[in-house]
Design a protein around this ligand. Structure first.
Ligand code: UGA
Length: 441
């Protein structure tokens, strides 16, 4: 089928590339000319395992095209997938500005019947509005358009794998024709398809993300209680994981969830419920727990220290999770801000997110503190008085207790990802604090 994908971010680009990989003829549209040129040269604008290989092979095979010329692209495809961003507005609602822009462009250029598929995460009812909006602005009034919902469940860092081997495809349609077309598009993927109404599909996306966020906040609260009652959250998670009703994933306690999805989608669903005069108490609690969890270790360290002024602080890991350079809502950002305000001399290491972090915290004096970046965890630790671990990169996980002991001036480690057992670190001469775990007395 002839498919156009609007937007070449995580959702759009990965979907486009995977559709091409499965044999469809795909054109990816973006407004940024520089980005298009890079993609034509086989360079991905996002850091995603396996993506560039597929971009190059499908581009070479002539199944994948990139363009800024949306007028031409939207003329006569069989289906257009909208994968543009829906960032959070200050009140927690989703910004649908990009969706509206693309819808208008589609309406003004479409010359043939077409299925428009919304892949972006959008509030319930948005697909209805998009359909009405496109019909209102259609220049060629004889053209028949239908809108379908097809939410995306990929996680950053494993986006290509998650798309090609998705647990399920959710399609939300209002007609047998739209349902059949989407089934045909996904037929070569050989994956289970859950076919529901448009509004249910939109809701499934929020329900999934918010459930996972809830699960993490729940584990973080249990972890905090573990510290008080003398239990170990890693053992609790292990004990829980064998119960198939609970499952073994997303039980990892830490310094809170970040990224562009959970924080945004929890706030969006909270907003949607309030809009309908209702309240999602569990989700509101998950949001609050996460906000506190993010700086829990910093406050714990404050209780231990007299001051951060002129102390060398090693920060290991900046990205919101490993395998990505994304800093959106990353716990490292809140913590570095607090550390710099407190006068700390921060030495940060991250194998992928340094460039993005430099945009927020350029090297040099910031507030009462000072920011520096280094190329290895060892350089960050050298002569440090405290170390904070914010991301579980393998380069950080592979450090051994004796390296902290030998490299740091005072081996004091606050680990937001529970990379080590407290006993191991303390035997190695490191004063170690994790999340929801006991320090040996
Ligand atoms: C998430 C979902 O996992 C995807 O299914 C969804 O498609 C995507 O959002 C989206 O809506 O686009 P992502 O944000 O890329 O994907 O990352 P996750 O791997 O889910 O991690 C999110 C955050 O939760 C990270 O900060 C991670 O450190 C944290 N986390 C995850 C925990 O603290 N504990 C866990 O057990 C799991």
């Amino acid at each position: 089928m002839k498919i156009v994908v609007a937007g070449t971010g995580y959702v759009g680009l990965v979907a486009g590339v995977c559709f091409a990989e499965k044999g469809h003829d795909v054109t990816c549209v973006d407004t940024d000319d520089k980005k298009i040129k890079l993609m034509e040269a086989g360079i991905s604008p996002i850091y995603e395992q396996g993506l560039e290989e597929l971009m190059r092979s499908n581009f070479a095979a002539g199944r994948l095209h990139y363009t800024t010329d949306y007028k031409n692209a939207y003329k006569n495809p069989d289906a257009i997938f909208i994968g543009v961003g829906t960032p959070e507005l200050p009140d927690g609602s989703a910004n649908l500005g990009y969706i509206a822009t693309v819808s208008r462009q589609i309406a003004e250029n479409l010359e043939k019947d077409c299925l428009v598929v919304v892949k972006s995460t959008v509030p319930v009812g948005t697909n209805d509005k998009v359909e009405q909006f496109i019909r209102d602005f259609l220049v060629h009034k004889e053209v028949k358009i239908e809108v379908a919902s097809n939410p995306e469940f990929l996680a950053q860092g494993s986006a290509v794998h998650d798309t090609l081997h998705a647990a399920r495809i959710v399609i939300g349609t209002e007609s047998r024709h739209a349902e059949k077309m989407l089934q045909e598009i996904y037929e070569p993927f050989k994956l289970p398809v859950v076919s529901v109404s448009r509004r249910s599909a939109e809701m499934i996306k929020y329900a999934c993300n918010d459930f996972l966020a809830l699960k993490i906040s729940y584990m973080n609260e249990i972890a905090n209680l573990c510290e008080l009652v003398g239990a170990d959250i890693e053992d609790i998670a292990r004990g829980m994981s064998y119960d198939t009703r609970i499952g073994s994933n997303f039980l990892k306690a830490g310094i809170g969830y970040g990224g562009s999805c959970f924080p945004k989608d929890t706030k969006a669903l909270k907003f949607i419920a309030r809009q309908y005069g209702s309240q999602l108490k569990t989700i509101e609690a998950a949001v609050d727990v996460n906000a506190e969890q993010k700086t829990r270790l910093f406050h714990k360290a404050c209780d231990r220290m007299i001051t951060f002024q002129n102390l060398k602080v090693a920060v290991l890991g900046l990205a919101f999770k490993p395998g990505t350079d994304d800093l959106r809502e990353a716990p490292s950002v809140d913590n570095i801000r607090l550390l710099l305000e407190s006068g700390a001399d921060v030495y940060a290491y991250d194998p992928a997110a340094e460039e993005n972090s430099r945009k927020l915290f350029p090297e040099g004096g910031i507030g009462k503190g000072h920011m520096s970046y280094v190329d290895s965890p060892e350089l960050a630790l050298k002569g440090a008085n405290i170390c904070f671990i914010f991301t579980e990169w393998k380069q950080i996980k592979s450090l051994e207790a004796n390296q902290y002991k030998e490299l740091m001036q005072t081996p004091l480690v606050y680990d937001g990802r529970n990379l080590y057992s407290p006993a191991y670190m303390e035997q190695g001469g490191v004063e170690y604090y994790g999340i929801g775990r006991q320090r040996r007395q």
